[in-house]
Design a protein around this ligand. Structure first.
Ligand code: MCN
Length: 757
């Protein structure tokens, strides 16, 4: 077994190729002029001074692209309440007549150098007529609120519902107790290490668009670009090697890419654009931003009879391609969590505001559900005077398959087994003692749990295509649609293939987004890469062995039935005559290459996370003092990578719980537009994690694996905030919303103190 990952050496020694490392001959440089206001009409735009600036080649505006580029796409495979269709108001690559969020691209300046393009942007004179900005969903849905788009009445693009409305209402009517909790799932900014960038190129000979960019997967982005550019996806290549983080915000295409491709074709020269960190803050997709009112109906024995959620989701100023999906199906695919509750119902209104468009961020909807539900469940246990673990135990699903009210079917799980392991590791029974000990040191100690579940895997494309190709020196290259942006696919895919073909992992490479090959399938997202594409690769490798049998039979001059494949070699049974698969591939150039496709759908990883935090009342500082996560990710292929994924996910949950928050002021200016104001989690914030595995293999894919890339966030967000709320409860704080920054904690404690006095 390798130490570390195959890709580590390349990345750690600076040999990784990121977007800004690509250069094409004759390339130009782009810079985007962005709206400096949240909502305004564009009265006029004068680019003449910019055009005469030295080095400037062209300036493109919304009017220039109007007849050539279509709207960025967005669709939803389901309808809303009463058959309501999603209203897609359209989104131009460059603003047309009106700007709707601070940071929206207004013009693309193309010059011989990046500096010249940037300087010229200052010379463009845009006259705006301001309109009132709607910054919160509460304002946006108020009757009589001004409209962001004339085509969207009430600023609501979809009024969605899922589950059993009538059944849950009936159950509430006969419940012994009903318990409610309203929570705010705060708005966050993804912030991958590599800011967005692209190199756009029109290849005249092949009549193809080439887009070098940071992507989570070429096929999806190609399809989305096809809708904007009006050419078939086959005429587009999305090219990437290293991608410096994705976290969901590198899944979709962006307006800048469309404008750059338009300019490259128009000018007959490649256009390179390197975004800045400020542009990440302003114009990357943001996420979460959902207010949820939840209610549980409980019988006299503490059994949950029904649950209802009423959510209001912020989709920003325009629909990001996957924004509505994430805020509907992405939320309800685990409606009712790990609990046996047939009568569950959710209504979700998708509203527009004058803020950056919203879509996926690690978890893509599931952390919204897990946060709304697991905060509610823990609150209910407290209200009922029951131990949180006992309340959950009483309500766990125990029989599989289990169909939830939203229509999705959980295939497997052992929720009680998972929780028992976590309880033991967290020394659940010893909490009172630890709390008393903290109190002696003047600290408030709180404990929180979550028993989360999430859906991983479905994907939009009907199949995932892969290829395997041998080179003359006997190396094998895998081609896959899912792009790795930190998850270590090169290593785990190689592990799978090495296991079947018996060749060293180091002799297996991975390519996922190139100009010289074309695969259809799904991008990396929904933690599906291993279970779905890994599953296809695993079966593909077995197909390859079968394919080689015929060649081996010829080579060894034996009947296929007499040949066995063992440890990378075709052997005539009972003799010493053999040929390795590598030698066979070398002798038959192209003969052992393979194209294969298949699809494996959603399955449901789950886990129990238990957090303990200590708060220092004098300063409001909160610290995680104990964290146990027991996760069921089915069969694990690479334990080290999985541990890293869970750890990273927990760190992202901690970021949102304790430090991160995207804040717009009343006029729609982003106040948290840099790392000075937007605090990312730091390594020490999540030290000393105890990570446990409780694999319950799924039968839904050949690996028995469930996804894990997002599980850490889905579990940690509610567990951490439940712990914070628990610590505050003793100090008389009745309600507290994320993030638990020192200042917010201190203010909440002071307010409670004053109230008590
Ligand atoms: N794995 C495994 N055994 C399992 C499950 C997974 O060995 N039972 C391994 C896989 O082979 C893979 C890794 O764990 O190397 C994650 O696999 P998987 O759960 O399939 O998730 P994906 O690879 O599809 O990654 C997607 C997920 C998402 S959606 C986001 S967002 C995310 C994330 O993963 N963004 C990340 N993890 C990230 N990690 C880094 N470093 N950077 C990001 O941007």
């Amino acid at each position: 077994m390798l130490k570390g990952r195959l890709e580590d050496d390349r990345m750690l020694t600076g040999r990784g190729k990121y977007v800004s490392d690509w250069n094409l001959s004759g390339q130009t440089y782009g810079h985007f002029l962005r709206s400096d206001r949240a909502h305004a009409d564009i009265v006029s735009l004068d680019a003449s001074a910019a055009l005469s600036h030295p080095g400037v080649i062209a300036v493109f505006t919304g009017e220039d692209i109007r007849s050539s580029l279509k709207s960025l796409p967005c669709a939803l495979p389901v309808k809303g309440r009463g058959g309501m269709e999603l209203i897609h108001p359209g989104r131009p690559a460059l603003a047309q007549g009106r700007v709707r969020f601070t940071g929206e691209p207004v013009a693309l300046i193309v010059a011989e150098s990046a500096a010249a393009a940037q300087d010229a942007a200052d010379l463009i004179n845009v006259e705006y007529r301001d309109r009132p900005a709607l910054v919160t969903t509460a304002e946006a849905v108020k009757p009589g609120a001004p409209l962001l788009h004339d085509s969207v009445p009430g600023n609501v693009v979809l009024d969605y519902e899922s589950g059993d409305d009538a059944g849950s209402k009936a159950a509430f009517a006969k419940a012994a107790r009903t318990i409610e909790l309203e929570v705010d799932i705060s708005r966050v900014i993804g912030n991958p290490m590599e800011p967005r960038a692209c190199l756009a190129h029109w290849e005249t000979a092949s009549e193809q668009y080439h887009l070098y960019t940071c992507t989570q997967g070429a096929p999806i982005m190609r399809n989305q670009l096809s809708a904007v550019l009006g050419v078939p996806p086959e005429k587009i290549r999305v090219i990437a090697e290293e991608v410096g983080g994705g976290f969901g915000v590198r899944f979709n295409l962006y307006p800048e890419y469309c404008a750059a491709l338009f300019a490259a074709r128009k000018l007959g020269r490649p256009v390179k654009w390197n975004g800045t960190r400020s542009e990440v803050f302003l114009a990357d997709e943001q996420a979460r931003g959902v207010r949820s009112r939840g209610a549980l109906a409980v019988d006299a024995d503490g059994r949950i009879l029904a649950m209802r959620f009423d959510m209001l989701a912020d989709l920003g100023a325009y629909l990001a391609p996957t924004g509505p999906f994430i805020n509907t199906i992405g939320i309800v695919n685990c409606l009712s969590g790990v609990y046996d509750v047939p009568a569950a119902y959710a209504r979700i209104r998708l509203a527009l505001t004058n803020t950056a468009p919203m879509a996926a961020y690690r978890g893509a909807g599931r952390p919204i559900m897990s946060y709304a539900l697991e905060r509610l469940v823990e609150h209910a246990a407290h209200e009922l005077g029951m131990d949180q673990a006992e309340f959950r135990r009483r309500n766990f699903i125990r029989k599989f398959p289990y169909k939830i009210a939203a229509g999705f079917e959980y295939d497997s799980g052992d929720f009680e087994g998972v929780m028992n392991k976590a309880l033991a590791a967290a020394d659940w029974a010893g909490f009172a003692r630890r709390k008393a000990e903290s109190k002696k040191r003047g600290k408030l100690r709180g404990r929180g749990m979550s028993t989360y579940i999430e859906a991983t895997g479905a994907g939009f494309a009907p199949q995932d295509q892969i290829e395997m190709r041998w080179s003359a020196d006997g190396r094998l290259t895998l081609y896959a649609p899912t792009h790795s942006h930190g998850q270590g696919h090169e290593t785990t895919y190689a592990q799978l293939v090495s296991g079947v073909l018996g060749i060293p992992m180091e002799r297996i490479g991975l390519r996922t987004a190139g100009a010289d090959f074309y695969l259809t399938g799904n991008a990396t997202g929904g933690s599906r890469s291993l279970l779905a594409v890994g599953g296809v690769i695993y079966l593909g490798a077995q197909e390859l062995v079968k394919k080689g049998l015929a060649l081996a039979a010829e080579e060894l001059e034996a009947a296929q039935a007499d040949i066995e494949f063992v440890a990378g070699e075709y052997r005539i049974k009972g003799t010493d005559r053999r040929i390795s698969i590598v030698d066979l591939a070398k002798k038959n150039p192209g003969g052992l290459d393979l194209a294969y496709a298949n699809k494996f759908g959603a399955c449901f990883p789950n886990g129990c996370h238990i957090a303990e935090v200590e708060i220092t009342p004098e300063t409001g500082e909160a610290q995680i003092v104990s964290y146990v996560a027991c996760d069921d990710a089915g069969n694990i292929i690479n334990h080290q990578i999985v541990e890293g994924q869970v750890q990273g996910g927990i760190a992202q949950g901690a970021g949102q719980a304790f430090t991160e928050l995207a804040v717009y002021d009343d006029s729609g200016q982003l106040l948290t537009g840099s790392f000075m104001d937007y605090a990312m989690p730091r390594p020490g914030d999540v030290a000393g994690l105890k990570l446990l595995e409780h694999p319950v293999p799924t039968k839904l894919n050949p690996l028995g694996a469930k996804g894990v890339g997002e599980a850490g966030v889905t579990g940690s967000l509610p567990a951490l905030m439940n712990a914070v709320v628990d610590a505050l409860r003793d100090a008389g704080v009745a309600h507290f919303e994320m993030p638990a920054t020192p200042r917010r904690l201190w203010e909440a404690l002071q307010a409670a103190h004053r109230k008590a006095a």
